[in-house]
Design a protein around this ligand. Structure first.
Ligand code: COA
Length: 174
């Protein structure tokens, strides 16, 4: 446990390490966040097809393969998720945050920062030098990463749901 974070709800908000028992809740937050965050950025047909059960399997496999994640929980309710590991492209940094999502109705309460800090610390503890995050160029979350000190260092184009999108890489050096 990494301790309580700011919350305006009666249940204390806790950022804690996640495990296989959280796979279902993580999949729910992941899919719901994609639908909330990307509805103006990715095709609706693609977002509609995202499958909770498939993502639950994915997260169970991630934990079975010694992957790690953190959840933000208010009582039994998971409201935010984050995970990271070895950077997919090693030329800029060796660590990467792969996933960072907070449910829309819980934005603005310090949860994203708490999850970001937990991942940053975890990557450093595991010996990674530098940390990258990739974000869609059209995503306002870019401003969040700039606010947290990320430096824009790379760009990339990828295809999601048959649509070409641009993503931007942000770097935190140690
Ligand atoms: C981006 C996201 C994770 C931020 O989480 P959050 O819990 O709302 O953010 P916090 O409340 O922890 O904010 C921390 C700081 O960042 C600032 N901030 C938050 N969102 C911001 C934004 N979009 N632009 C600029 N600053 C932002 C806050 O004002 C706060 O500043 P302060 O601590 O100096 O007062 C959340 O909005 C989210 O999940 N968005 C949708 C999904 C997404 O796009 N994820 C990123 C995928 S790469």
């Amino acid at each position: 446990m990494l301790g309580p974070h700011r919350s305006d709800r009666t249940r204390p908000l806790v950022i804690r390490r996640a495990g296989p028992a959280d796979a279902e809740a993580i999949a729910r937050v992941y899919v719901d966040s994609w639908r909330q965050a990307y509805r103006d950025q990715l095709p609706a047909s693609y977002l509609d097809k995202l499958d909770y059960a498939a993502f639950e399997r994915h997260w169970r496999q991630t934990f079975a393969a010694r992957g790690w994640a953190f959840v933000a929980a208010e009582g039994d309710a998971v409201v935010g998720i984050a995970s990271g590991g070895r950077a997919r492209r090693q030329n800029l940094a060796s660590g990467e945050i792969y996933v960072l999502y907070v449910l829309a109705d819980r934005h603005g309460h310090g949860i994203g920062r708490g999850l970001f800090d937990a991942c940053h610390f975890e990557l450093a503890k595991r010996g990674h030098g530098g940390m990258l995050i990739w974000v869609l160029a059209s995503n306002p979350a870019r401003n969040f990463y700039e606010h947290l000190g990320g430096k824009r260092v790379a760009e990339n184009t990828l295809t999601i749901g048959g649509t070409q999108v641009r993503e931007v890489g942000y770097l935190w050096r140690d």
